[in-house]
Design a protein around this ligand. Structure first.
Ligand code: AMP
Ligand code: GLY
Length: 422
């Protein structure tokens, strides 16, 4: 089979490595991929947002199955367009991808169908948003409606900060057109859990849970990033909580999307907060998380391609989705300065002993050598029998990877380790 993967980050590298385990897979093309993924697949320089070019490439190469993982092409309707030319796809159609691409849609869906989430109001007028905020409590959370690379959320500790946030999102458009509307929501507290779930629109099979580390610095300080590391499973996500989330959140969400005529197929990502009043949805993503995928897929025992195809053809109920009872840790090595200004173009050297455990994100290849090419450069992944060992192994491997200005958090997994000891 010829497979097409759209995207070019650490998540796509994890997907590619797992797909390759299937003997039926003859060739994998990644659009655009990156210099690191090029060791495992054929990377073709077509932008993940250029739907027209993606579709003509798929037709030309007679692709048998396509996997679309980033938010932008899904929101742009990549799956719909590929299906039109007869290429079956993993991922939601445009009308279902809206669950991530519009926070206003997602919040209204949760309200309509009684799915637990933070209380909120939506506004398309900045003055109205500000007068509403003046009457409420602090901190308060302000979110731009649309996609903003995971950075469109501001937690304002007082009225002045909240007013500034509203004006900078809605008037100064710091997140672009994403800020035409805002969601103002109640600040929730509790441990956060990421749960990715396969669904064909009828059956839901949640994957092993995970914990992201979104802030740039140790101790969850610094700016929000795309994710500085992950561990799986998440110790806060007990069997009882998992059962409750399945019943109160996962099933109602998939049913709600059906009721709206927006059947969701693919991977639905639940960003959850375990509050004292029970689990609540912080956000939905219409795709695999990055870097959650880098710890979840290495624990998947079942064949990824088979599971993906069952979400497309509606046979997920008959398809086993099983995970190893082990632990995984991913430490993201970034360019110093990320998520703000950083330098790139430095040579990356990876010791042969660890090269299979590296998932590349911001890397390019020139004359057979790898160079840094982005904020998040790569993720180092380990699997072990205990969480402690998985963390230790990943940090050990970081010593075998060198590039100038390398920066990584030193405390990935510490919170989870402490939680295990409760
Ligand atoms: P999001 O892009 O919606 O996932 O938000 C990014 C991060 O902001 C989340 O991972 C949370 O840590 C935080 N956050 C978002 N919404 C809330 C909320 N209502 N209360 C507290 N923290 C929040
Ligand atoms: N790691 C969070 C996300 O993929 O949005």
């Amino acid at each position: 089979m010829k497979i097409l993967v759209v995207g070019g980050g650490g998540r796509e590298h994890a997907v590619v490595k797992k797909l390759k385990e299937n003997k039926e897979v003859e060739e994998i093309f990644v659009l655009p991929g990156n210099g690191g993924i090029a060791a495992d697949a054929t990377c073709v320089p077509i932008n993940a947002k250029d739907i027209e070019k993606i579709v003509s490439f798929a037709t030309e190469k007679a692709i048998d199955y396509a996997v679309v993982t980033p938010d932008d092409p899904l929101a742009l309707g990549a799956v719909d367009e590929l299906e039109k030319v007869g290429v079956p796809c993993f991922g939601p159609r445009k009308n279902a991808a809206i669950i991530e691409s519009s926070k206003v849609f997602a919040k209204n869906l949760m309200k309509k169908y009684g799915i637990p989430t933070a209380r909120y109001e939506t506004f398309s007028d900045a003055d109205e948003a500000v007068s509403y905020i003046a009457k409420g409590n602090f901190p308060v959370v302000i979110k731009a409606d649309g996609l903003a690379l995971g950075k469109g959320v501001i937690i304002a500790k007082d009225f002045v900060a909240a007013e500034n946030a509203v004006r900078s999102i809605m008037r100064d458009k710091i997140f672009g057109e994403s800020g035409n509307r805002v969601v103002v929501e109640e600040f929730l507290e509790g441990p956060e859990v990421s749960v990715l779930a396969f669904t064909d629109g009828k059956t839901i099979k949640p994957m092993v849970s995970s914990m992201d580390h979104k802030r740039a610095k140790d101790g969850d300080e610094g700016l929000n990033t795309g994710g500085m590391g992950t561990v799986a499973p998440n110790p806060y996500y007990t069997d009882d909580i998992a059962e409750r989330c399945y019943r109160e959140i996962f099933v109602p969400t998939v049913n709600a999307m059906n009721a709206e005529g927006r059947t969701f197929k693919g991977c639905l990502y639940f960003g959850l907060m375990l509050t004292k009043d029970g689990p609540k949805v912080i956000e939905y993503n219409c795709r695999f998380g990055d870097p959650e995928t880098q710890v979840v897929l290495p624990l998947l025992k079942s064949d990824l391609l088979t599971v993906m195809r069952s979400t497309t053809d509606g046979t997920l109920d008959k398809t086993p989705v099983e995970f190893e009872k082990k632990y995984a840790c991913c430490v993201v090595m970034a360019s110093f300065g990320y998520p703000e200004k950083y330098e790139k173009g430095y040579e990356i050297t990876v010791d042969d002993a660890v090269k299979d455990d590296v998932y590349f994100a911001g890397a390019k290849r020139e004359n057979g050598k790898l160079y840094t090419d982005g904020g998040r450069v790569l993720g180092v992944v380990s699997v072990a029998d205990t969480l402690g060992k998985a963390i230790e192994k990943s940090y050990g491997k970081t010593e075998k990877i060198k590039f100038k200005n390398a920066y990584f958090r030193k405390d990935i997994g510490q919170k989870a380790l402490n939680a295990e000891k409760r």
